[in-house]
Design a protein around this ligand. Structure first.
Ligand code: PRP
Length: 208
């Protein structure tokens, strides 16, 4: 049995569609209910639906053998897992954003609101820019509007949220997409099964 942690939501749905296409289907997952565990004994696969930010926690601690997680989470939390494959799903970027005419006065500490304090800190460290991190958990775009921060570091996918709040992307920090990850011990002891899943996913992606 392979235990797979999937992020709840749109990315999880796309990831499951890919896994099903690769032969790891589990039709009960498509039923509209509130179950969190789904298994297909015939295919020897079990899915867990977890919060996107928790996928790497389940995989790192071995509660799941493998999982699908955004690169943003891997960069932010640096979990001790193997990153096996870029699935090319959920493509977006992490940006510095703010008012389009924002002028960075380097005499002042820059106030940065974000869900990604580690990514933001590393980025500005490398630019030798002093910042103050304001950690938020969502609706980050509100921060510069309400004067809570000067800029934000956040995910930009379509750019619509920024646009509709009169903000704009100012700098791109990094491109993001979903990754197939494995627990390190599982990778050793279930090497054949995980290797096969990795290879099948790779071939499925190539076929498009
Ligand atoms: C993310 C991100 C932006 C938005 C970007 O938020 O934090 O707010 O998506 O997408 P767009 O460029 O396509 O508009 P999410 O939906 O995860 O909600 P959150 O505000 O709770 O973080």
């Amino acid at each position: 049995m392979i235990d797979i942690a999937l992020p709840k939501g749109r990315l999880g749905e796309q990831a499951y569609a890919l896994l099903a296409q690769a032969g790891y289907e589990c039709p009960s997952i498509l039923e509209k209910n509130r179950k969190l565990i789904f298994e297909n004994l015939e295919k020897q696969v079990r899915y867990f639906l977890v919060k996107p930010t928790d996928v790497s926690v389940y995989v790192e601690r071995g509660a799941a053998d493998v999982g699908i997680v955004g690169k943003d989470i891997l960069l932010e939390y640096a979990p001790q897992v193997y990153e096996l494959l870029d699935l090319g799903l959920g493509k977006c970027r992490i940006c510095v954003a703010g008012y389009e005419d924002f002028y960075d006065n380097r005499d002042k500490v820059l106030r940065v609101a974000t869900k990604f304090p580690n990514i933001a800190r590393r980025y500005y460290q490398q630019k030798s820019r002093d910042i103050e991190i304001i950690k938020l958990n969502g609706s980050i775009e509100l921060a510069p509007i309400l004067g809570l921060s000067d800029v934000i570091v956040d995910i930009v996918e379509t750019g619509k949220t920024l646009q509709e709040n009169q903000l704009a992307p100012l700098e791109t920090i990094t491109e993001i997409s979903a990754r197939f990850i494995s627990n390190k011990v599982s990778f050793k002891f279930k090497n054949k099964e995980i290797g096969k899943l990795q290879e099948t996913l790779k071939q499925t992606l190539l076929k498009g």
